[in-house]
Design a protein around this ligand. Structure first.
Ligand code: F6P
Length: 318
């Protein structure tokens, strides 16, 4: 019986558990023997690989995070540990792996598969940052945006109750996607992202004139990648002259019940990944969602360019 494994790697995100559930159910339906690799690349090295049954994945579809846990591994960069990881897989007869992770994890697996020759993997883009080149969507993004929009709606309630500004720092590593969408859907007055620098002097004049005409409060969304949170807080206090509070949403953005969209995407991504591993010879590939269709690209392609936010979306910000 052919053996296939799944693992999470790098930062967790909502949608990983529905993907793991689908992986086990679908593998069994195809007469494959499914395995779960616990604790990401670290667990692969430490042989935390277990055969899965239906009961291992029952009742997880609505849970955020990943029940098999994840890790960022330094050891996997060393050949000695990759050899141990390979031996662990070979010893169990596993030669196909679905990797839920980001481009860094796909790069690491690309090296691994090329090195040993008889292991195949298919990556499923999974990161709230939505920063993987070649795919319009990464698992976890919709849930993160829902969590963030609930938080910013709450902040608007309190901000609008007095004359104050709120600066909200949004995750996303170097990518401003989450912050941009949050600004748009929450109607923020200020949006600071690396992809679209703003003219603070012009913004100041606009806000001051609006305040003279009755504006009471301001919401400013700042992406972590812009590294301008403190600057914007000081600008609001000193240049605009408004009492200011700051909220860093942090890892709250990465948890939470997977949205309906993320559950469906998890099911689709996983099914496509398994079918690809079974039917195509390619050693390393990534399943992507581009222009409303699923497709496959190479790891080299994913790493060939930096992800760019679509211009149409950037144009929506004032
Ligand atoms: O890549 C996902 C992400 O949550 C980023 O948005 C954030 O910058 C980073 O991971 C945080 O990493 P860690 O969980 O290791 O602190």
């Amino acid at each position: 019986m052919s053996k296939i494994a799944i693992m999470s790697s790098g930062g967790d995100c909502a949608g990983m558990n529905p993907a793991i559930k689908k992986f086990v159910d679908y593998s069994i339906s195809l007469n494959l023997e499914p395995y779960l690799i616990y604790e990401g690349l670290e667990g692969l090295i430490d042989d935390k690989i277990q055969k899965a049954t239906y009961s291992d994945v029952s009742g997880i579809v609505h849970r955020g995070g990943t029940i098999i846990q994840t890790s960022r591994s330094k050891r996997f960069f060393e050949k000695e540990y990759r050899q141990i990881a390979y031996n662990n897989l070979k010893q169990k007869g596993i030669d196909k792996i679905v990797v839920l992770g980001g481009d860094g994890s796909f790069r690491a697996f690309n090296v691994f598969c090329a090195e040993f020759g008889d292991i195949k993997f298919c990556g499923v883009p999974s990161t709230i940052d939505n920063d993987i080149f070649g795919t319009d969507y990464c698992l976890g993004v919709d849930t993160a945006l829902n969590i963030i929009s609930n938080a910013t709606d709450s902040l608007r309630d309190t901000a609008s109750s007095s004359k104050r500004a709120f600066v909200v720092e949004i995750m996303g590593r170097d990518c401003g996607y989450l912050a941009l969408i949050t600004s748009l859907i929450s109607g923020a007055e200020v949006c600071i992202i690396p992809e679209k620098p703003i003219d603070l002097e012009a913004k100041k004049q606009k806000l001051l004139s609006e305040m003279q005409n009755g504006r009471k409060y301001i919401i400013a969304i700042v992406s972590e990648g812009a590294k301008q949170t403190t600057q914007i807080v000081n600008w609001l206090k000193n240049d605009i002259g408004i009492e200011t509070r700051v909220t860093i949403l942090g890892h709250i953005q990465r948890g939470g019940t997977p949205s309906v969209f993320d559950r469906l995407m998890a099911f689709e991504f996983t099914k496509y990944a398994i079918n690809h591993l079974l039917n195509v010879q390619e050693q390393a590939s990534v399943v992507v969602y581009k222009e409303s269709k699923f497709d496959f690209v190479s790891v080299e392609y994913v790493n060939s360019q930096k992800y760019k936010i679509k211009q149409d979306l950037l144009d929506l910000v004032e």
